[in-house]
Design a protein around this ligand. Structure first.
Ligand SMILES: C=C(O[C@@H]1C=C(C(=O)O)C=C[C@H]1O)C(=O)O
Length: 98
Protein backbone atom coordinates (compact mmCIF):
# COMPACT_ATOMS: atom_id res chain seq x y z
CA UNK A 1 0.00 0.00 0.00
CA UNK A 2 1.16 3.55 -0.73
CA UNK A 3 1.36 6.17 2.04
CA UNK A 4 -1.68 7.86 0.53
CA UNK A 5 -3.80 4.70 0.54
CA UNK A 6 -2.72 3.85 4.11
CA UNK A 7 -3.74 7.36 5.18
CA UNK A 8 -7.05 7.04 3.32
CA UNK A 9 -7.73 3.71 5.08
CA UNK A 10 -7.06 5.37 8.47
CA UNK A 11 -9.37 8.29 7.69
CA UNK A 12 -12.09 5.86 6.53
CA UNK A 13 -11.74 3.79 9.73
CA UNK A 14 -12.00 6.96 11.86
CA UNK A 15 -15.12 8.11 10.06
CA UNK A 16 -16.66 4.64 10.46
CA UNK A 17 -15.87 4.65 14.20
CA UNK A 18 -17.70 7.97 14.52
CA UNK A 19 -20.59 6.68 12.41
CA UNK A 20 -20.89 3.62 14.68
CA UNK A 21 -20.97 5.83 17.79
CA UNK A 22 -23.58 8.10 16.19
CA UNK A 23 -25.70 5.07 15.21
CA UNK A 24 -25.62 3.98 18.85
CA UNK A 25 -26.81 7.47 19.88
CA UNK A 26 -29.63 7.24 17.33
CA UNK A 27 -30.73 3.84 18.64
CA UNK A 28 -30.69 4.96 22.29
CA UNK A 29 -32.42 8.23 21.37
CA UNK A 30 -35.16 6.39 19.47
CA UNK A 31 -35.60 3.88 22.31
CA UNK A 32 -35.98 6.75 24.78
CA UNK A 33 -38.49 8.49 22.50
CA UNK A 34 -40.55 5.29 22.17
CA UNK A 35 -40.58 4.89 25.98
CA UNK A 36 -42.25 8.30 26.25
CA UNK A 37 -44.64 7.72 23.36
CA UNK A 38 -45.67 4.36 24.88
CA UNK A 39 -46.46 6.21 28.13
CA UNK A 40 -48.47 8.77 26.12
CA UNK A 41 -50.30 5.84 24.45
CA UNK A 42 -51.23 4.38 27.85
CA UNK A 43 -52.49 7.77 29.01
CA UNK A 44 -54.55 8.18 25.82
CA UNK A 45 -56.04 4.70 26.21
CA UNK A 46 -56.94 5.37 29.85
CA UNK A 47 -58.58 8.71 29.05
CA UNK A 48 -60.22 7.79 25.75
CA UNK A 49 -58.09 10.21 23.72
CA UNK A 50 -57.53 9.68 19.96
CA UNK A 51 -54.29 7.91 18.88
CA UNK A 52 -53.16 10.77 16.62
CA UNK A 53 -53.06 14.53 17.06
CA UNK A 54 -52.69 16.30 13.70
CA UNK A 55 -52.32 19.79 15.26
CA UNK A 56 -49.39 18.60 17.41
CA UNK A 57 -47.80 16.90 14.37
CA UNK A 58 -48.10 20.09 12.28
CA UNK A 59 -46.27 22.04 15.01
CA UNK A 60 -43.54 19.37 15.22
CA UNK A 61 -43.05 19.43 11.42
CA UNK A 62 -42.83 23.24 11.41
CA UNK A 63 -40.24 23.14 14.21
CA UNK A 64 -38.32 20.37 12.47
CA UNK A 65 -38.12 22.41 9.29
CA UNK A 66 -36.48 25.25 11.22
CA UNK A 67 -34.17 22.87 13.11
CA UNK A 68 -33.08 21.11 9.91
CA UNK A 69 -32.17 24.39 8.29
CA UNK A 70 -30.14 25.35 11.37
CA UNK A 71 -28.42 21.96 11.37
CA UNK A 72 -27.83 21.91 7.59
CA UNK A 73 -29.92 18.77 7.19
CA UNK A 74 -32.22 18.25 4.19
CA UNK A 75 -35.64 19.34 5.60
CA UNK A 76 -37.52 16.99 3.25
CA UNK A 77 -35.54 14.03 4.56
CA UNK A 78 -36.10 15.19 8.18
CA UNK A 79 -39.85 15.45 7.55
CA UNK A 80 -40.02 11.98 5.97
CA UNK A 81 -38.05 10.53 8.87
CA UNK A 82 -40.22 12.15 11.56
CA UNK A 83 -43.39 11.16 9.74
CA UNK A 84 -42.19 7.56 9.52
CA UNK A 85 -41.62 7.48 13.29
CA UNK A 86 -44.92 9.21 14.08
CA UNK A 87 -46.88 6.72 11.94
CA UNK A 88 -45.28 3.87 13.90
CA UNK A 89 -46.21 5.60 17.19
CA UNK A 90 -49.82 6.02 16.04
CA UNK A 91 -49.99 2.28 15.24
CA UNK A 92 -48.72 1.56 18.78
CA UNK A 93 -51.39 3.87 20.22
CA UNK A 94 -54.10 2.10 18.20
CA UNK A 95 -52.89 -1.25 19.54
CA UNK A 96 -52.89 0.13 23.09
CA UNK A 97 -56.56 1.11 22.70
CA UNK A 98 -57.64 -2.48 21.88
C1 LIG B 1 -47.03 11.11 21.00
C2 LIG B 1 -48.23 11.55 20.63
O1 LIG B 1 -49.06 10.84 19.75
C3 LIG B 1 -48.91 10.89 18.33
C4 LIG B 1 -47.50 10.73 17.96
C5 LIG B 1 -46.67 11.83 17.90
C6 LIG B 1 -45.18 11.68 17.93
O2 LIG B 1 -44.69 10.55 17.76
O3 LIG B 1 -44.49 12.69 18.16
C7 LIG B 1 -47.23 13.12 17.84
C8 LIG B 1 -48.58 13.30 17.81
C9 LIG B 1 -49.55 12.18 17.82
O4 LIG B 1 -50.09 12.01 16.53
C10 LIG B 1 -48.82 12.80 21.14
O5 LIG B 1 -50.02 13.03 20.97
O6 LIG B 1 -48.08 13.59 21.76
Amino acid sequence: MTDASTRAAEILANHRDSIDRLDAILVYTLAERFKHTQAVGRLKAEHDLPPSDKAREAKQIERLEWLSQEADLDPEFAKKFLNFIIQEVIQHHKQQQK
